[in-house]
Design a protein around this ligand. Structure first.
Ligand code: NDP
Ligand code: OXD
Length: 308
């Protein structure tokens, strides 16, 4: 049996020694040196090359190297193939740090002072306590939950919204479409941590922005497909939104002429909010490989019908 590793972002030089140490009897191969595709039973992958997995006719399981699986052709895998997404404390911690950074930057008006510095302007603006800056987290799963908790621990009033009702100490939780307007009406910084699915595509749109208080900020750490780019620009330029922090885009990178690159109220980062930490994540992946080999359910299996 062969386990194939493929990622353009995760360094096999870091991952393979750790996986091999945890699973000394397994044969790992790094794409494109896969040997006989018929021997491949498990694929450990980030974004697979188009059609690459089709030749793995004996595939039993796919372990994503990402928490999001919207880029995997979920519906094309035979039903018996298990698909697991990455849940890793290193990844969740890094994502929560990014959410905290973005919220702090807005709560302390640092975005404003960055712009003033570029204009050589000394603009003293009354600093406020974090307790006066409510943050809302869309998606209260593994990463959204960790982010909401970190924000609350640091003194932000935090609310969250998910499909199903959550109970998280210190977080005001909302659920479902009907509670979305109330959730949005109370926040100054909105952090998106939804998975990209047919239901959530384009959710960050003019309709949603109109439900946010004037001057609110949007932080998109989910996927570029959640955001309607033109609606964001229009909402900022009209003065309704105060600005945005964007880590994800469609496509990545956006083309050079895209207005995000030069917009004074948009901070762009190149999809660096979080990444799996090989030290902790290799243990999760190794355990899932063992389970897949035994024919047992893997941890964090994807629900294909829901798409996450
Ligand atoms: P989870 O699957 O653990 O959580 C998803 C959350 O979104 C759940 O709370 C779920 O609700 C909620 N949700 C899904 N669909 C809807 C909907 N239609 N309406 C309301 N709520 C919904 O995901 P993670 O927290 O692990 O990851 C979230 C996303 O973060 C990933 O899918 C990925 O896109 C992004 N990501 C980005 C990274 C970056 O570097 N920028 C790095 C890692 C992840 P419920 O609990 O009720 O099911
Ligand atoms: C992920 C990501 O989904 O890095 O893990 O975007």
């Amino acid at each position: 049996m062969t386990i194939v590793f493929h990622s353009e972002l995760d360094d096999p030089g870091e991952w393979l020694p750790r996986l091999q140490a945890l699973l000394p009897d397994e044969t790992f191969r790094v794409w494109p040196d896969i040997g006989d595709p018929k021997d491949v039973e498990i694929a450990v992958i980030w974004i697979p090359p188009e059609g690459a997995l089709a030749s793995f006719t004996n595939l039993k399981a796919v372990q994503s190297l990402g928490a999001g699986v919207n880029h995997l052709p979920l519906q094309t895998f035979p039903p018996h193939v298990r698909i697991a997404r990455l849940v890793d404390s290193g990844l969740s911690g890094m994502m929560a740090d990014y959410g905290l950074f973005a919220a702090l930057r807005y709560a302390r008006n640092i975005d404003h002072h960055e712009r003033m510095q570029r204009e050589r302007t000394w603009d003293w603006v009354m600093p406020r306590l974090l307790s006066s800056c409510p943050v809302g987290v869309m998606g209260l799963g593994v990463i959204g939950g960790a982010t909401a908790k970190k924000l609350a621990l640091n003194g932000f009033p935090v609310s969250g919204w998910a499909r199903s009702r959550k109970e998280i100490e210190g977080i005001t939780c909302y659920a479902g479409e009907e509670e979305l307007p109330k959730f949005l009406s109370e926040i100054r910084v909105l952090i998106n941590l939804l998975p990209l699915t047919a239901e959530t595509e384009g959710v960050l749109s003019a309709k949603l922005f109109a439900m946010l208080p004037k001057g609110a900020f949007v932080v998109n750490m989910g996927r570029g497909g959640h955001l309607v780019d033109a609606d964001l620009i229009a909402a900022i330029d009209s003065g309704h939104l105060g600005g945005a922090t964007l880590d994800v885009f469609r496509p990545e990178p956006p083309p050079p002429e895209h207005p995000f690159w030069t917009h004074p109220r948009i901070l762009m980062t190149p999809h660096i909010a979080g990444t799996g930490d090989p030290d902790s994540a290799a243990q999760v992946v190794a355990e899932n490989i063992k389970r897949a080999k035994r024919g047992e359910p893997m941890m964090n299996e994807v629900d294909r019908a829901r798409g996450y």
